[in-house]
Design a protein around this ligand. Structure first.
Ligand code: PEP
Ligand code: MN
Length: 337
């Protein structure tokens, strides 16, 4: 349930209603916009008659929220959430590019690629240390050593890092060493993990599940916000459909849908959607034009010798050209890149 107050509502009046609702056992979430003041009410509101709140003359409107997701709902918080990733702001008018290899392979690889992607215009370095591979015989990542390599690059080049967490037990290391914690597609509904991520303050990059609906995806984000962590960025990375020409089908329409349903920022991963480097540029430009707040792209110095996802990784020169094109789209739609 959402209560919208009249513009001239006084703090004293708000306090009165806060006390009343808290006494009834509800949890309150407040949102203050330029000219609007809202209180979102969470709890068992079924047996509560919203009409009764109109007895307070400073109440403007009371509406029931039909959707199962509450705190991520734009009705609860009409303004865009801007997530601060160690100084890099994601959401609002900003477009942020993240780039780097699928997996951290060695210290020299990361030391070489970081200044290249930074010069190209990327603001956050990506690289998997713990890799969720379909085959147990494939490269599984360097683990903690990979995190240390990322941390070194972060300090040397002053560039925040994003990397995937696969297990709750690794969380303390991630809190210490990582700026943006990625939840991969295969863990989108790992509720035990989501609950733990709700208890911390670090920004979370929540990828859409392989076959998840937008509502299921938002319910996963709701787990994190319900735990107290409001710093969630969504990532559309393609979903499984009957089409086999691409690794996944990039659901471009999820961008405007997400923008309508939630205040959280959304970025796009064209690499895992396409599965082939040739398609990455078109999908990137389309994503920005459709309103995405950023991109996360796989880049590798020598894709042919990459330990994972070489077929979808851009060479640095292509990445640099791609960002130049993205800037033109950003300018056309009045965004900052
Ligand atoms: C990744 O970003 O390296 C990755 C494994 O992505 P996804 O979870 O989207 O497959
Ligand atoms: Mn990959």
């Amino acid at each position: 349930m959402i209560i919208k107050f009249k513009n001239d509502v006084k703090e004293k009046e708000l306090d009165k209603i806060r006390k009343y609702l808290i006494n009834k056992g509800f949890e309150l979430h407040e949102s203050t916009g330029k000219s609007t003041k809202l209180i979102g009410v969470i709890g068992d509101t079924i047996s509560f008659d919203p009409e009764s709140l109109y007895a307070y003359d400073f109440v403007d409107t009371v509406l029931r929220v039909q959707e199962p997701f509450k705190q991520v709902n734009r009705k609860f918080k009409p303004e865009d959430t801007i997530v601060d990733v160690s100084g890099v702001k994601i959401g609002g008018k900003n477009i942020v590019i993240m780039g780097g290899p699928c997996a951290v392979e060695s210290e020299s690889q990361i030391d070489e690629i970081t200044p290249i992607i930074q010069k190209a215009g990327a603001k956050i370095l990506r690289g998997g240390a713990y890799k969720p591979r379909t085959s147990p015989y494939s490269f599984q990542g360097l683990g903690e050593e990979g995190l240390n390599i990322l941390q070194k690059a972060k300090n040397k080049y002053n560039m925040p890092v994003v990397t995937e967490i696969m297990s709750v037990e690794d969380l303390p290391k991630f809190i210490e060493k990582v700026d943006l914690i990625q939840v991969g597609t295969r863990n989108m509904q790992n509720f035990a993990l989501l609950k733990e991520l709700g208890k911390i303050n670090k920004p979370i990059l929540l990828k859409r599940g392989l076959s998840s609906t937008i509502e299921e995806w938002l319910m996963s984000a709701e787990y994190i916000l319900a735990g107290g962590n409001k710093n969630v960025i969504l990532c559309e990375r393609g979903i499984r459909t009957y089409e086999t020409s691409t690794r996944n089908t990039l659901d471009i329409s999820s961008i405007p849908v997400i923008k309508k349903l939630t205040h959280l920022p959304i970025i796009v991963d064209p690499s895992h959607a396409a599965g082939r480097w040739e398609y990455v540029e078109a999908l990137s430009l389309a994503a920005i034009a459709a309103g995405a707040d950023g991109l996360i792209i796989e880049v590798h110095q020598t894709p042919e010798s990459a330990l994972s996802d070489g077929q979808q990784s851009l060479k640095p020169e292509r990445f640099t050209k791609l960002i130049k094109k993205c800037k033109k789209i950003a300018q056309a739609i009045d965004k900052n890149l």
